[in-house]
Design a protein. Structure first.
Length: 248
């Protein structure tokens, strides 16, 4: 049985994500001005590049952020730093996004965590790309916020998960198959919560969002069709625990 209290609490996370994603989407819209700015800058930072070769790796310290906020939400409660990195790259012909949560793996910590959200965009796709940006923003934010509740400053006792870094290292080194990443103890809840919010906001069936996501990894040969079904079978067992009332 799914707890009503759990559903209400998860809804509060979703409300925070909606608020923050709207704010960040506005920043991304405004940052397009860098494309026509003589110096390619927005908010004093260079974020427009005439080719991909000119752009620093978006995950590096050489890539500046154009948005920073210290988020404090007393109703959950939840506290963290949030930054946004955007690159407009001429001729990119791609849509790239991602995020990371920099968070202690201990049960409790005095170090406030940081969420970093990243987008690499082709100016030629503006403004039609914004609807996709909006959807992925919610997914990434909800995913990373789930990680913050698993350990560290914002540990939720019922969500706490011990470090799975040893398993991650084995995946990165090839000692474990790439498919194992999708069922890591910390990743499964984060992926499901992020995609569930994405499904709700886009009014897309949850099962379609899940299948479309995994099909990307099948298409690029990261996982096989058999891996995909095994991942879904495992994810299905998590839905009641996460308060997600959906078929998969």
């Amino acid at each position: 049985m799914i707890s009503l209290k759990k559903i209400i609490v998860e809804g509060r996370y979703d409300s925070l994500v909606t608020e923050l994603s709207r704010k960040m989407l506005t920043i991304i819209k405004d940052s397009y001005a860098a494309v026509t700015a003589p110096d390619g800058k927005f908010a004093g930072e260079s974020i427009y590049y005439k080719s991909e070769k000119e752009a620093p790796a978006i995950t590096s310290d050489d890539c500046p952020h154009i948005f920073f906020e210290e988020v404090e939400n007393s109703t959950i409660p939840l506290e963290f730093y949030l930054i946004l990195k955007v690159q407009w790259i001429a001729g990119l012909a791609d849509f790239r996004y991602g995020g990371d949560a920099y968070n202690e793996t201990k049960t409790y910590s005095d170090d406030m965590p940081l969420i970093e959200v990243r987008f690499e965009l082709d100016p030629a796709d503006y403004p039609t790309i914004l609807s996709n940006v909006a959807m992925q923003l919610r997914d990434v934010l909800r995913h990373e916020i789930e990680h913050l509740t698993q350990s560290g400053w914002n540990t939720n006792p019922i969500k706490y998960i011990k470090s799975d870094q040893a398993l991650r290292n084995k995946i990165e080194s090839g000692k474990l198959p790439a498919a194992r990443y999708f069922t890591l103890p910390k990743e499964t809840p984060a992926m499901l919560q992020g995609m569930y919010l994405k499904a709700k906001k886009s009014k897309t069936p949850f099962s379609k969002v899940i299948n479309d996501y995994l099909d990307i990894w099948v298409a690029n040969n990261t996982i096989t069709d058999i891996d995909k079904q095994q991942i879904i079978d495992i994810w299905r067992t998590y839905l009641p625990k996460l308060g997600i009332r959906q078929e998969l």
